[in-house]
Design a protein around this ligand. Structure first.
Ligand SMILES: Cc1ncc(COP(=O)(O)O)c(C=O)c1O
Length: 440
């Protein structure tokens, strides 16, 4: 098995990035529960024949779709070691907990957070953003909110983020009980960053209307263009207005390790909480999201169980655990070579992205998108060259359909795999947006 998967990774360039799943293969996975045991070798054969050739494609150097990380061999092997230990991090005294503590310590150092800051592995930034919203909610309403819910406080909380923010921020507002309508979506400027003046005006307007602003979410690397908000300006506003300052750094936060890009993250060090993914630019295998929280005590108060066996266990674990259970060894394999993280693995992807864009620019990329690219935060930040850009909101349906056909032709030549996505311009989702994707 190990040989097969190593051969697969070594020779992946000889394969198409992605290929459609034949109906016959899909059909085999509609069978019912097996009635007897299956030989491990047969399961492995099935994996090699029916699963491996029809994967997402994100481990291929030609993959330019979405913001998936590629993973890597050390990460794969670390995953095997972690599964061999099969540690439960819910308590007790064992080294996997120390490993997690060490990663938290490293992240505190990277972002200049105090030693009292807490950190926690979660499945991804969607979950980390949810935790950020919940901790901010606790700060505003007190720990009683956990027992009494949001209604008795009698405050109408409102949060702010930009039109370019990821949809999971609105989802976090929804799941927190505050409601996605309590997310004030602020327009972006020409660089796809949150418009700071519009944000200030929105806060003033909401206060006048009797609402309670409590949270501002900045983005370090937006999902559509890779733009980085002016985090220093957001930190200033948050301080002045007494808002919780959360940064969605799913894509961009780890660029704090890149001397080229780190200056563009200035201000992230003043955040109250930072969400990030090791499984994107970190090239760590899925899943490995993380949240770093300046006020570790508040983080714990937001989630700790008040009584019973779990409280005792939590106390034995030094009050460290809040929700995660699984030992994610992968970041160790990666972060132990933190310099490589940005300067080798990720740049491999970036370079591939650049070559590819050169190819697209040579003929396939519609002219207005090309100009649009030059203006975006992506071109300036060095992020997201592996993404194509959101189509102009003013594009006609036939023009958009022609674009899609072009991208499909490029993609199915097999050498690259692009994601062609239209930005809705509203992270609360397409339903509220007038800019729906055209049906072609
Ligand atoms: C800016 C941003 N935030 C959040 C997310 C969600 O991350 P995850 O899929 O790890 O939950 C993404 C995913 O692409 C993203 O790009």
């Amino acid at each position: 098995m190990l040989d097969d998967i190593l051969d697969y990774i070594e020779n992946i360039r000889e394969r198409p990035v992605w290929q459609p799943i034949p109906d016959s293969v899909r059909e085999r996975f509609h069978a019912g529960v097996p009635t007897g045991p299956t030989d491990l070798a047969a399961v492995h054969d099935e994996f090699m024949r029916d699963i491996l050739p029809f994967a997402t494609g994100n481990t291929h150097p030609g993959f330019m779709g979405w913001v998936h990380g590629g993973g890597n061999v050390p990460g794969m092997l670390a995953e095997m070691l972690a599964a061999g230990l099969n540690a439960n991090l819910g308590g007790r005294d064992h080294m996997p907990i120390e490993v997690e503590r060490q990663i938290t310590h490293w992240l505190r150092q990277l972002f200049d957070f105090p030693s009292s800051a807490s950190g926690l592995f979660v499945t991804g930034t969607s979950m980390a953003n949810l935790l950020g919203v919940l901790i901010a909610r606790t700060r505003e309403l007190g720990v009683e909110v956990r027992r009494n819910g949001v209604a008795p406080a009698g405050k109408r909380l409102v949060a702010y983020t930009s039109a370019a923010a990821h949809g999971c921020i609105a989802q976090a507002m929804d799941l927190s009980g505050l409601g996605s309508a309590a997310l004030h979506v602020v327009p972006t400027n020409d660089l796809h960053q949150i418009d700071i003046d519009a944000l200030k005006a929105a806060i003033a307007q909401d206060r006048n209307a009797g609402l309670t602003p409590f949270l501002v979410v900045g983005t370090a690397g937006t999902v559509d263009t890779g733009a980085i908000d002016d985090l220093a300006a957001l930190a200033g506003i948050a301080r002045q207005e007494k808002l919780w300052f959360h940064v969605d750094g799913a894509i961009g936060a780890l660029a704090i390790m890149s001397p080229d890009i780190a200056p563009r993250l200035t201000g992230i060090q003043q955040a109250d909480s930072i969400a990030l993914d090791f499984h994107k630019w970190g090239q760590v295998p899925y899943d490995a999201g993380f949240i770093l929280v300046r006020d570790g005590a508040l983080h714990r108060d937001t989630f700790v169980l008040a009584g019973g066996v779990f409280a005792a266990r939590d106390a034995r674990a030094g009050g460290r655990r809040a929700v995660a259970l699984r030992f994610r060894a992968r970041p160790v394999a990666r972060l132990s070579r933190a310099e490589d993280l940005v300067h080798a693995e990720s740049l491999r992807h970036r370079r591939a992205g650049r070559d590819d864009l050169a190819h697209l620019r040579a003929g396939a990329l519609p002219r207005d998108q090309d100009r649009h690219l030059a203006r975006t935060g992506a071109a300036r930040s060095g992020f997201a060259q592996h993404r194509l850009l959101p189509l102009s909101r003013r594009r006609s349906r036939p023009a958009e359909c022609e674009d899609r056909r072009r991208f499909a032709r490029i993609r199915y030549r097999g050498a690259i795999h692009h994601h062609h996505r239209q930005s809705s311009g509203d992270p609360r989702g397409d339903r509220q947006s007038p800019h729906r994707a055209a049906r072609c």
